[in-house]
Design a protein around this ligand. Sequence first.
Ligand code: SAH
Ligand code: SF4
Ligand code: F3S
Length: 442
Amino acid sequence: MKFYIKTFGCQMNEHDSEIIAGVLESTGYQPCDELDEADIIVVNTCCIRESAENKIWGYIGNLKNAKYKKPGVIIAVLGCMMQQQNIGDMLNRMGKHLDIVLGTYQQHRLPEYISRVLGGERRIVDISEDNRDFPDVLPSDRGDGPIHTAQINIIYGCNNFCSYCIVPYVRGRERSRDFNAIIDEIRQVAGQGIKEIMLLGQNVNSYGKDLAKAGVENAPDFAAVLEAANAVEGIERIRYMSSHPRDFSPALVDTISRLSKVCSYYHLPLQSGCDKTLKAMNRGYDRARYAEIIRQIRTTTPDAAITTDLIVGFPGETEEDFRECLDFIAECRFDAAYTFLYSPRSGTVAATMPGQVPLAVKKERLQRLTNLQNQISLEKNLAYVGRKVKVLVEGESKNNPDCYTGRTDSNKIVIFHGEPQMINQIVELEITAAKTWHLEAF
Ligand code: SAH
Ligand code: SF4
Ligand code: F3S
């Protein structure tokens, strides 16, 4: 039997899908690239914003056609969206054709549930939050062909409860993965010739806090994971995502700048540049503290790139508050920003706050923010022109068929004329042109 996986959402979901593929393959199922060929269709879902959810319900609705064409096909829907409190009602309205629904705690059990459906059971839903037997080591299928980056989980869940965010509700409390299991997996991917790793967690800086609380002696922290990863032979670049500015201590910046393989790239989600909004968001830092972290990074590693996430139109955000954000963003001079319209998520504190901002106002603010940031991004990128950079070659460019694409240590995308044998190698290139979202070396 063949399976097809469609993934929505963040890098953690992408990697969960690699694990689900690995688990299905080790049970004897074969992956396939076309939905029409599949006997098992798996959808891995995200509910971070309403726009994501609408898109996914559309995709799930369309799967009725697949069921109609091939009545025996098994449809399994997993992931964050399925772990939401109100999911029962939604499934009754839109999910009658689904065979298996699993929440984020149970998705590694998919093979067991497929067997039950093959045995005649219908519409199995398991969204229980019990994962006491969640294994520390699961096989991953990282895809075909040369792989440049291996994603590796280090911590699951989130304890932060930012007031707008659904993640703590659908991913549960922080659970650090066993230190040795992480380092073994890094050694294993290094043994496969993979040069770059991406350490994953909703808040990697929290690594180990739960272990220490549980009484583990000399519990390792995030810096210890970085140190150990840095010592693994064959690994040349270490990235991580995401990190919370509140937990970004001066000691951690020092560790990162000292470890040669840890990339000079900081993704530090700011969310808002207005202190009143930051407080209402429950972010645990203010502008002054954030500016201090940036100053420290730029002093220790002047070449580092810094990117961020920003939300516009949080409840209560006035025009004046928003201008404060723009001013602070101009001050920070980020290399890039991922910008979002605030989307109320049912069950979160912010969803019921007074002063919800009308959509038209949010859109207008997003436009102003994008205009400002695009100009800064371009200026930042132009500073690379004429410089030689080391690029880890990822593969052929999807947009420019004759070109190759790769990334600098600072996570800038570089487009250039290359050769197939360059893939997964680190090459030196001279930057000849810069655009808002990428560099060119022609
Ligand atoms: N753990 C990560 C965030 C994961 S979600 C972190 O803290 O960095 C990725 C981004 O989505 C967040 O940084 C935030 O900018 C955005 N986001 C989260 N909830 C949102 C919501 N309700 N509306 C709009 N954007 C949201
Ligand atoms: Fe969401 Fe905040 Fe946790 Fe990130 S740190 S996942 S934004 S609650
Ligand atoms: Fe979405 Fe879940 Fe990631 S809600 S952003 S897939 S943790």
